[in-house]
Ligand binder design. Sequence first.
Ligand SMILES: Cc1ncc(C[n+]2csc(CCOP(=O)(O)OP(=O)(O)O)c2C)c(N)n1
Ligand SMILES: [Mg+2]
Length: 524
Amino acid sequence: MDCTPSTTVRDAVLGLLRSFGIDTIFGNPGSTELPMFRSFPNDFRYIVGLHESVAVGMADGYAQATRNAAVVNLHSAAGVGHAMGSIFTAYRNRTPLVITAGQQARSILPTEPFLFSVQASELPKPYVKWSIEPARAQDVPAAIARAYYLAMQPPCGPTFVSVPVDDWDRPAEPLSPRDVSTVVRGAPEPLALLGEALDQALCPALVVGDGVDRDAAWDLAVQLAERYSTPVWVSPNSGRCSFPESHPLFAGFLPPSKEAIVRHLEGHDIVLALGAPLFTYHTEGFGPFLPAGTRLFQLTNNPDAAALLPIGSSIVTSLHLGIADLLDRPAPPCRAKPNGRRKPPRAQPGASISVAYLMQTLAEVRPPQSIIVEEAPSSRPAMQAYLPIDRSDGFYTCSSGGLGFGIPAAVGVALGNSGQKVIGLIGDGSSMYAIQGLWTAGQFQLPITFVIIKNGRYQALEEFGAQFGLSHTPGTKLPALDFVALATGHGIEGCRVDYPEALEGVLRNALSAEKPMLVEVAVT
Ligand SMILES: Cc1ncc(C[n+]2csc(CCOP(=O)(O)OP(=O)(O)O)c2C)c(N)n1
Ligand SMILES: [Mg+2]
């Protein structure tokens, strides 16, 4: 009997990816991976990022937009090192990624060759859910399959497979995909107890986190809020929008501070956190987690998030199914509607452009279905006040706090939403962590408008410096950056706007283009 495997590791892996609905590989190529791309088939596309952190950031945006794991290939140790910040962000975003990395040929590993990775599977830890360098070449396809199923299993996240360069041409058996169902439904008893508590509550509130939108439970969250007439808050530093921000029940954004969360939730006897970690603080705080007498419930699809919640009752469930089960209960008695958040005063055009005026103008001129990708730390409060997001899959930012997500993610979101306008709202400082992403946007002529908010500084850090009592924060001034030149240098068109009178026209013009455009907005 002939026991020779009928295909190669490469073809077995590509076949598997096809069966997972994956036809796109993000990466930045290196010698230790090139045989992966021998006779690269026409039904696949390779999307280059000019730095590994950009490749992973694009894959993150693409995976979130397509709701499927994205594959990204990195160059052995140095490439994984470059990508680490973006891997950290993908982990915190709970984005499913299958990351492969090159490794030197197995036979020369004992003499520590050029470019090899000494403990390849250890390098990306702890920000991957699973990591391996398979013991034998023929084990690579099964490792990729396991990496995919695990990446897609809630809570989603990146997984990592290191592949020695000589493995790709080795014989392997083709591998058929399996049905791996990972949707968890909350147990009926605790859901019934939560339902009863909500029915009896005098003044309940909802807090939504990115888990709602990630689980496609946006409409159900709206129904639940309307049924119980609850105000709806957003969990601190949420990476996605999970509730329409123009809805009369929308209450606003919880700040990432212990004392402020207690203040904002004062007066509620029940708080229900939906797909929300709730206690994501940015600075040290003291005192209780919630106001005295407030009971906390949480629905989460993440067992670890349930375990680490310091107070309250958690139910591990798909958000979609958990909320649907609550809605299946008989309707509760009618409750008075709370006041929604107050509209901010209209921003006026001054002598120069304020961030509030920029956000207000953008809200008025942007296509209604356009998608916002934001990374503009000190501009965020003005964005939240003046630029409401009212659609599911309509907003992305990073949940990690690590800069370098915005530009690549905008590219990935645009690649995953063919034709849809994407607006990247990016701080001048943030943009420089991954400016090379502009080049990929240009190569694919993606319909992205990059709005660079140029205040000439790391303003958020100056604000933090003041909070810590520093009289001067060094290293926060950013003179001499020319974003129009950077756009042109990366192959896309750029323009600059300095005065309020010109802002609307410039934004309209950029937004009407079907190609990438960069607008540098000088703000005060
Ligand atoms: C990778 C990384 N490095 C450094 C920081 C610290 N940091 C937080 S906000 C910020 C400033 C960002 O500047 P910019 O995008 O211009 O926004 P602004 O603060 O001016 O609104 C920096 C450097 C970070 N969050 N991530
Ligand atoms: Mg800035």
